[in-house]
Design a protein around this ligand. Structure first.
Ligand SMILES: Nc1ncnc2c1ncn2[C@@H]1O[C@H](COP(=O)(O)OP(=O)(O)OP(=O)(O)O)[C@@H](O)[C@H]1O
Length: 342
């Protein structure tokens, strides 16, 4: 079931100068997020990600198009009705946005207080949330006594306090180091699996999408340029922006300076073998080459896991009798995609 749906959504801002055109921050976006998904939206700075978040959360009106949340078109609602929609969407932010003068407990309690929940019920709920995010011993601490990862855990607990069905994570791990990022991503996976909350993750970090998102939309200049299952989009990227994101975590065919260094170090033949789900695995590649008496060295690239599915590119330096190497490469070429590097 679709929980958030965007149809031809546009958002423009007034021209910065009188002679300039209005800024088309969102330029005709169609998106469907299914209930229970972890949906990633990835784009470089200026792609329109933050604007999209503000539109989905009804913090700003669209210029045109429709946004449906839980089956209600929010673009036609009054401010009073929008409050109900917003309370069904939790938000977490890059800079955590905690109240520094309130304790951890006070921060998590705040949305419940605003919602008019009775004191005893609030205390039970806060204790439950502290336990869920692993901070039961930090309730009386203040945010500046916590690490970045702990602050984001508080942010997540606060966002979950009123039991939203959707969590919007806007660059939620961008201020964290890689280890803490994985920690927070693990917690978000639990939020999704154990609480059944749909998560929309906005990021410019490919690692976040790779480890978390089941579906992804790649944004560029206010448009969605590629959309689909994360594995499909990133194992066969079509658009320039997608290819750039993929190259930040998956090495392709070595080029330029990297190739020069490799070529100088390995005088023999160099090929890049594409490992894809529907092709032969890396074990079979190595077995075929070894059986032909070819000496193989993996010199660049590797294989990756996205949502439990494997793909990658292996660049191999091949040594031995030239005729044997040629025959082995020819045999492999019939079964797998090979790029001659040198
Ligand atoms: N309030 C605003 N007034 C005018 N222009 C805006 C406003 N908000 C965003 N824009 C413009 O809209 C475009 C998209 O900005 P947005 O902040 O949504 O991108 P982003 O992908 O979130 O980038 P970043 O990660 O740098 O925040 C940019 O060209 C930006 O300058």
């Amino acid at each position: 079931m679709t929980i958030v749906s965007l149809r031809d959504v546009r958002k423009s801002y007034p021209a910065p100068r009188r002679s300039a055109d209005p800024v088309a921050a969102i330029d005709g976006v169609d998106l469907d997020v299914d209930e229970g998904d972890i949906f990633g939206i990835i784009g470089y700075s200026g792609a329109g990600k933050s604007t999209l978040v503000r539109l989905i959360n009804a913090l700003e009106p669209v210029t045109s198009g429709s946004i449906t949340v839980h089956g209600t078109d929010i673009t036609t609602l009054s401010e009073k009705d929008l409050r109900g929609v917003r309370s069904g969407i939790g938000m977490i932010f890059q800079q955590f946005n905690l109240f520094n003068a309130k304790t951890v407990r006070g921060n998590i309690d705040y949305p419940l207080l605003v919602a008019g929940v009775a004191k005893a019920e609030r205390a039970t709920r806060v204790a439950e949330l502290l336990d869920f995010v692993g901070l039961s011993d930090k309730g009386d601490n203040y945010p500046d006594q916590l690490s970045g990862g702990q602050k984001q855990r508080v942010g997540i607990a606060r966002a979950l306090a009123t039991s939203p069905r959707i969590l919007l994570a806007d660059e939620a791990t961008s201020a964290l180091d890689p280890e803490t990022t994985q920690d927070v991503l693990g917690l978000l996976r639990r939020v999704n699996r154990e609480l059944g909350i749909t998560i929309i993750v906005i990021t410019h970090e490919m690692e976040v999408i790779q480890s978390l998102a089941t579906r992804v939309a790649v944004m560029e200049k206010g448009r969605v340029v590629e959309l689909g299952d994360t594995f499909d989009v990133f194992s066969e990227p079509h658009e320039r922006a997608t290819k750039r994101f993929v190259s930040t975590v998956v090495k392709g065919v070595p080029q330029g300076e990297e190739l020069e260094v490799l070529a100088a170090r390995h005088p023999g033949r160099i090929v890049t073998v594409a490992i894809r789900e529907d092709g032969i695995g890396q074990a079979e590649v190595f077995r075929t080459l070894a059986a032909a008496g070819v000496a193989v060295e993996l010199i660049y690239g590797g294989v990756h896991d996205i949502q439990g599915r494997t793909f990658g590119n292996l660049t191999l330096a091949l040594g031995g009798e030239p005729a044997a190497v040629a025959a082995a490469v020819a045999e492999l070429s019939a079964r797998v995609s090979i790029t001659e590097v040198k």
